[in-house]
Design a protein around this ligand. Structure first.
Ligand code: NAD
Ligand code: IPM
Ligand code: MN
Length: 361
């Protein structure tokens, strides 16, 4: 049987809770599709700090290097927020992982499942008939990574500095990802920027427009990020692929997530050149609900599905996971974040969603 190596990095907060369900779903896929997933668990984030003294231990990086893909939970939490910024889970582990493995293309598909229209924060008239938005977020550049960065000076003279830089090749490669994705779906790309203020956005708009000429079958539009934030809640159906630089994509993808009912529904794939990728929910470690077994594991389960689709080419198995999740939602299973107290809904915990997805498979 075909075998794939997965580095399993559950991380902090709800990370291990939702990861457990995704791994059980992978067990079910192994049985159904005669495939083996060789999993190696490693510490990351707060778990790395607590168990091995740093957020991204070398052993974790080696395990990732030796794997075909990384399945990531989430990192961070109040316990580690007083450490120096570069040692914290986010800047000490998550961002370095993205950089080390060249994961420049972050795909965050926000799809409203038909039975969840009532869980969206938008009115049913706005959501009715569904929407399907793919946020493509540049993940290794922009204000997250550009130099200079840091706090300069001392006392009241200190200045906090971040810099937003984008090179032409960085914009070109993420633009290609967006146009190629759009070609396989609604054939529209809306590129988000702040070209009325930011120079990096002026270049972004110019380069995206140039790349668009290679994709005459795809319609390109541009939108300022402030307007985009408004348009997403006004009429999300106008969008197909939304192409963003790193920070705009971070913000707009959380907003898009809520349109689908919960941040706990939104998976993501962070892709490098080639087939390697890291797969993680778009949301975080949810310290407010961690340890209670009530987190929604669907984003983590769908992220595992994206791993099968993008890194392993297991399209049929990935579709099976997506369909199983849809079935479970149609059957009325709801964690607290998507529970509407409507007839036919069953309020369940994290593990019961896992059970239901496995049964539906
Ligand atoms: P968060 O995404 O952890 O939580 C925001 C809200 O969404 C919370 O109310 C939470 O309960 C809810 N939520 C998120 N995922 C959920 C799920 N699966 N099921 C049910 N509810 C869910 O964001 P935050 O509170 O701003 O950040 C908490 C910590 O997570 C911080 O340390 C932050 O840096 C970190 N974080 C990590 C990642 C990551 O590892 N990829 C992403 C975002 C935030
Ligand atoms: C995300 C998270 C991260 C980001 C944080 C935790 C560094 O919010 O994956 O969306 O901003 O990229
Ligand atoms: Mn985010």
């Amino acid at each position: 049987a075909q075998a794939y190596k997965i580095a399993v990095l559950p991380g902090d907060g709800i990370g291990p809770e939702v990861m457990a369900e995704a791994l059980r779903v992978l067990d079910a896929i192994e049985k159904k599709y005669q495939v083996t997933f060789e999993r190696t668990h490693a510490n990351v984030g707060g778990a790395g700090i607590d168990n091995e003294g740093k957020a991204l231990p070398e052993t974790t990086v080696s395990i990732c290097r030796a794997s075909d893909a990384i399945l990531f939970g989430s990192v961070g939490g109040p316990k580690w927020e007083t450490l120096p910024p570069d040692e914290q889970p986010e800047r000490g582990a998550l961002l370095p992982l993205r950089k080390i493995f060249g994961l420049y293309a972050n795909l965050r598909p926000a799809i409203i499942f038909p039975s969840l229209t009532g869980a969206s924060s938008l009115k049913e008239e706005v959501i009715g008939g569904g929407f399907n938005v793919l946020v493509i977020r540049e993940l290794t550049g922009g204000i997250y990574f550009s130099q200079p960065k840091g706090i300069e000076g001392s006392g009241r003279d200190r200045i906090g500095v971040d810099t937003m830089r984008y090179s032409v090749p960085e914009i070109e490669r993420i633009a290609h990802v967006a146009f190629q994705a759009a070609r396989k779906r609604g054939k529209k790309v809306c590129s988000i920027d702040k070209a009325n203020v930011l120079s990096s956005s002026v270049l972004w708009r110019e380069i995206v427009t140039t790349i668009a000429k290679e994709y005459p079958d795809v319609e390109l539009s541009h939108m300022y990020v402030d307007n985009a934030a408004m348009q997403l809640v006004r009429w999300p159906k106008q969008f197909d692929v939304i192409l963003c630089e790193n920070m705009f994509g971070d913000i707009l993808s959380d907003e898009a997530a809520m349109l689908t009912g919960s941040l706990g529904m939104l998976p993501s794939a962070s892709l490098a050149e080639g087939s390697f990728g890291m797969y993680e929910p778009s949301g975080g470690s949810a310290p407010d609900i961690a340890g209670q077994g009530i987190a929604n594991p669907i984003a983590q389960i769908l992220s595992a599905g994206m791993m099968l689709r993008f890194s392993f080419g297991m399209v049929e198995a990935a579709d099976a996971i997506d369909n199983a999740v849809a079935t479970v939602l149609d059957q009325g299973f709801r964690t607290r974040d998507i529970y509407q107290k409507k007839a036919g809904e069953k309020l369940v915990n994290t593990k019961e969603i896992g059970d239901a997805v496995i049964a539906a498979l």
